[in-house]
Design a binder for this molecule. Structure first.
Ligand code: PMP
Length: 444
């Protein structure tokens, strides 16, 4: 197996340009884990090491790994109708059924879905549909999209341009126009920005209900209610990006369900299919849909080859059936409380753990040099914990943007108490090991 790992690692270094990866590091060390199997909350690599997937891979494998039922569904669908187009007058049953199911579970009166293959495409679609909508409504100057500091919306050109995290925007030296960034916790800042830019030029405001990739930031109480009323006051579309927070992740079906507000448009991806198929989409409200029905002329010139992919939609329908049948949204809430308690225990044990926070199965642990002053280490500490935890059997992620030094977690919604205790205990040991310089425990 060691030999097989090395052979594959060398091909990886030669031929595989990885997403969101340091090329220098890849060339120096090759991939650490070459995964071959997944079951429940665990992944196994080619060397036979098993780890807890504390991030549900990329916040997406909500129903856990290795679901035979999903494989069976994909097999049946591929055998019957693997793919057909949804352009023009063509449709297919899984896409229709999924769109109807989404209308049933989505917040407010979101009622119609445009399908994509993932979160970035969903974001670009939302901006284009919002601007097109204003053109149809006779307000073509409404082009600007306002997004928040610390936000992440993906890597397509539009989605990158909307992303508040500056390093992602700086990666490329030409962005799309008409994007503005506002402080993520201040409704007043949004009002001032709208006044400054001119309300007649603003198409939409977009927010993740809980910011994920930017360091897991939970908005202050009352934030979204105020945002909703500001958007209404200025006639601006309110878009939520539920790519991470959708489909049970935070202990409710959607993230905004915590805040008693509903958006005009909603981006989703990831948990809709738990990563078993590439799928995302944008939902629009019934009012918007009615306006489109009345005002739209000719062809809606936006569509991906895989919009409404029958196999992806069949997989998503089965995924949602499992989510409901196994009561996983409730489990996310209960286990989320246990995770937060575990973080609080670590906080009391370790002198370098500052703020801990979470909502459902999205959680964060901040590392500080000094708990009182909240001073950070000169060199980020969290990435060292991530490396140490991986050796000890836990995958998690660090966020170091804007001087943050944070560990983030999003285990599969199927996690049980025993597995949660294991996650917490490995995390505590990994922090202690890095803090005290104890050599890494022998790995499995
Ligand atoms: N929006 C949010 C909130 C996300 O977290 C992500 C991905 N992490 C995206 C959009 C982009 O999704 P994708 O990687 O599927 O394009």
């Amino acid at each position: 197996m060691e030999n097989q790992h090395e052979q594959l690692a060398s091909l990886d270094q030669k031929h595989f340009l990885h997403p969101t990866t340091s090329i220098k590091q890849q060339q120096a060390t090759g991939p650490d884990f070459i995964f071959t199997k997944g079951k429940g909350v665990r992944l196994t690599d080619i060397k036979g090491r098993t780890v807890i997937d504390g991030m549900s891979s990329l916040w997406n494998v909500n129903i856990g790994h290795g679901r035979e039922e999903i494989a069976q569904t994909a097999y049946e669908q591929m055998k019957t109708l693997g793919y057909s187009s949804c352009f023009a007058t063509f449709s297919n049953e899984p896409a229709i059924q999924l769109a109807a199911k989404l209308a049933e579970i989505a917040p407010g009166n979101l009622s119609a879905t445009f399908f994509t293959s993932g979160g970035s495409e969903s974001n670009d679609t939302a901006y284009k549909l919002a601007r097109h909508y204003w053109m149809l409504k006779g307000q073509p100057k409404r082009k600007k999209i306002i997004s928040r500091s610390q936000s992440y919306h993906g890597v397509a050109v539009g989605a990158t341009s909307a992303t508040g995290l500056k390093p992602f925007r700086d990666f490329t030296n030409s962005l799309a126009p008409d994007f503005c960034y506002v402080d993520h916790f201040s409704p007043e800042a949004l009002r001032q920005m709208i006044e400054r830019e001119g309300p007649e030029t603003v198409a939409a405001y977009i927010a993740e209900p809980v910011q994920g990739a930017g360091g897991l930031h939970i908005a202050p109480d009352g934030y979204f209610k105020e945002i909703r009323s500001i958007c209404d006051e200025y006639g601006i579309l309110f878009i939520t990006d539920e790519v991470i927070t959708g489909f049970g992740r935070t202990g409710t079906y959607f993230g905004v369900d915590h805040y008693g507000v509903a958006p005009d448009m909603m981006c989703f991806a990831k948990g809709v299919s738990s990563g078993y198929a590439q799928l995302g989409g944008v939902m629009i409200s019934e009012n918007m849909h009615n306006d489109f029905k009345q005002l739209s002329e000719g062809t809606l010139l936006h569509g991906y080859t895989y919009s409404g992919h029958p196999t992806a939609c069949a997989v998503a329908l089965k995924n949602l059936e499992i989510l409901e049948r196994e009561n996983l949204i409730n489990n996310a809430r209960v286990m989320g409380e246990e995770m937060l308690k575990g973080f609080q225990k670590i906080q009391s044990l370790r002198s370098i753990v500052g703020d801990v926070r979470g909502l459902g199965l999205m959680g964060a642990v901040e590392i500080v040099k000094n708990k009182e002053t909240k001073e950070r280490f000169a060199e980020p500490f969290a990435p060292k914990v991530v490396a140490e935890a991986a050796k000890r059997g836990l995958i998690c992620r660090s966020v170091v943007f804007d001087g943050q030094d944070t560990l983030v977690f999003a285990p599969p919604l199927v996690i049980n108490s025993e597995e949660m205790n294991e996650l917490i205990s490995i995390l505590n040991d990994a922090i202690e090991a890095v803090e005290t310089g104890i050599p890494t425990a022998a790995t499995q």
